[in-house]
Ligand binder design. Structure first.
Ligand SMILES: *Cc1c(COP(=O)(O)O)cnc(C)c1O
Length: 228
C-alpha cells in the first residue's frame, strides 16, 4: 500500500493553522518540524516533495545513514534527541538546529565544533517541565545560569526552550507544562535574553502547545505513521 504523505502533511498543516486561529495566534507563526526517526530516506523525500523543508532526527547514527541520499533536497535538519559528547562534532557540522541541549558542556562543544563557514547553530535548551527524575532536560532551577552561559557562546544562537512533557490526555492537563515552559521563557526574556522560540507540541498535543505559545511543533506519527 502506498501512503499519501502529501495528504497527511496537509492534515497536519491544517491542524496547525486551525489552532493558530482558535487561540489568537498570527497565521503562519507556528513552524513545523517533521520528525522522521525510524522512517526511511524515501519517505522523507516524499514528504519533502509535498513541500516540507524542516526534518527532525533523534539519533546521529540513524541520521548519518539517511542524510547522504537527501543532500540534493536542501532540507533543514533539526537534532531533537539525547546528546552524547562523542557525537557533537557530526551534529555541529550537519544540522541547522539542536533542540535538546541540556547541559553547558555539550553547548560548549557544539560551539567549538560548529564550522565557521556555516551560520551559527540554532539551539534550544531542553527543560524537564514535568519534573520527572529520569527524564532528560535541565531542571528549571538551573535554567537561568545555563541560559546566560549558552547565550554568549560564539558559534551558537540560543533561540529558546524545548520540552517533552509526560503524556496527558485531557486538554487542560496537556496545557499546564507548556504554560510552564512559556513562563520560563518569559522570565529569561525579562532578564535580557533575546529568545523567540518555543519548541513544543507533538502529534497528540500540538493544539495545547499552540494554545500556550509554541512556535515550532515537532510532528512524527501524524505525518510518517506509527513507529515500529
Ligand atoms: C519522536 C519525537 C517527536 C514526535 O512525536 P510524535 O508523537 O510521533 O509526533 C517529537 N519530539 C521528539 C523529541 C521526539 O523524540
Amino acid at each position: 500500500m502506498t501512503v499519501d504523505f502529501a495528504a497527511r502533511l496537509q492534515v497536519v498543516v491544517a491542524r496547525i493553522r486551525s489552532a493558530e486561529m482558535r487561540f489568537g495566534r498570527p497565521s503562519g507563526s507556528v513552524g513545523l518540524v517533521a520528525v522522521s526517526k525510524t522512517h526511511p530516506a524515501a519517505d522523507i523525500a516524499a514528504v519533502a516533495a509535498a513541500g516540507q523543508r524542516g526534518f527532525g532526527e533523534n539519533y546521529w547514527q540513524e541520521a548519518a545513514a539517511k542524510l547522504p541520499a537527501l543532500v540534493a533536497l536542501d532540507l533543514e535538519w533539526h537534532f531533537i534527541g539525547p546528546l552524547q559528547a562523542n557525537k557533537t562534532r557530526s551534529i555541529a557540522e550537519q544540522f541547522a538546529w539542536v533542540h535538546s541541549v541540556d547541559r553547558l558542556k555539550i553547548a560548549e562543544r557544539l560551539s567549538q565544533q560548529r564550522p565557521t563557514a556555516l551560520p551559527p547553530l540554532k539551539v534550544c535548551l531542553q527543560v524537564n517541565v514535568s519534573g520527572e527524575p529520569s527524564k532528560h532536560g535541565l531542571d528549571a532551577s538551573d535554567l537561568p545560569i545555563v541560559a546566560h552561559a549558552v547565550a554568549v557562546l560564539p558559534r551558537l544562537r540560543l533561540c529558546g526552550l524545548m520540552a517533552i512533557p509526560a503524556p496527558a490526555t485531557d486538554f487542560a492537563a496537556q496545557r499546564r507544562p507548556f504554560a510552564r515552559l512559556r513562563e520560563l521563557q518569559k522570565a529569561l526574556i525579562a532578564d535580557g535574553l533575546a529568545l523567540d522560540t518555543l519548541s513544543m507540541g507533538m502529534s497528540d498535543d500540538l493544539e495545547a502547545a499552540i494554545a500556550e505559545g509554541s512556535t515550532l511543533v515537532r510532528i512524527g506519527t501524524a505525518i510518517f505513521g506509527a513507529r515500529a
